[in-house]
Write a protein that binds this ligand. Sequence first.
Ligand code: ISJ
Length: 364
Amino acid sequence: MSEQELQALRVRIDSLDHKILELISERARCAQEVGRVKMAELAEGETAVFYRPEREAQVLKRIMDLNQGPLDNEEMARLFREIMSACLALEQPLKVAYLGPEGTFSHAAALKHFGQSVHARSMAAIDEIFREVAAGAVSYGVVPVENSTEGAINHTLDSFLEHDIVICGEVELRIHHHLLVGDNTKTEHITRIYSHAQSLAQCRKWLDAYYPNAERVAVASNAEAAKRVKGEWSSAAIAGDMAASLYGLTIHAEKIEDRPDNSTRFLIIGSRPVPASGDDKTSIIVSVSNKPGALHELLIPFHDNGVDLTRIETRPSRSGKWSYVFFIDFMGHQDDPLVKDVLEKIVSQSTGVKVLGSYPKAVL
Ligand SMILES: C=C(O[C@@H]1C=C(C(=O)O)C=C[C@H]1O)C(=O)O
């Protein structure tokens, strides 16, 4: 390609960037107007709801439908995710709590879901996130709920039994683990490997193959593991990209998770129900009396109404020995007539039903 051609293309890019800049600014002014309208419509004593998860999901879906390449749908949606994040911050900067310290996968999930303009606050424990949301100290929380390799995150499920919290969204994150070392690590003498217990479990086979004799030390989070490696010459950590760059570590072995499709699902928790987006999920907790066939009976209304179950999990109810509750996720919104009908039937069959929330299915 000649220098002249290159020059001409760069002139075109400059002119396009100028137009994009003007369009993004116009969009941002529109979002500011939306914020003004939301404030103006408030009745006495009401607080404005600036963040609208169902609308954001619709915007991203539409962009993916309209996109004709060459950027792929996910890439394009990610760009719009950031534009929306910045626009929303003009209406109201959102405070979101995640399981810290900085650099955990929960942190990455919070940024993936809300974009970089969110004010992300690190919390020391899952329960603290629930408490901060319940107290109104933050608008939303991000909590891990299941991993494709290791299963349910019981701390999170149990916290739903203890707090009155609404699920407002979900986000799925591909989890890639790396073996990280510091500047001073003697890589041929690694005798100790730090990570969160879940991550150690997700890399079990790789560790057995390559570091069978290294001590595996479970710590509170992957980011905590990365921090510890700093001062120790014979240690390594298992953590993700974000922790590597935040704590200045080098990737010694990349993508060491045993399953290449290893991913974690997180829930967004808040205090207000979310209207339907058109492609939603609902999560409920149900307790049934301890009699034969109780679970079978519970599931019949789902089958009869053609409502798709996506997940079912059992946990001790904490209210009596050997009594259990079911966490059930299914497709549809609690305002859909078919879902309403299922819920009514379940209420009449069970000893207790709690709707945790209806929320847009993860788009990204
Ligand atoms: C602009 C709005 O407010 C927020 C910003 C959005 C956007 O930038 O598109 C979408 C939903 C809201 O989270 C809106 O409600 O439409």
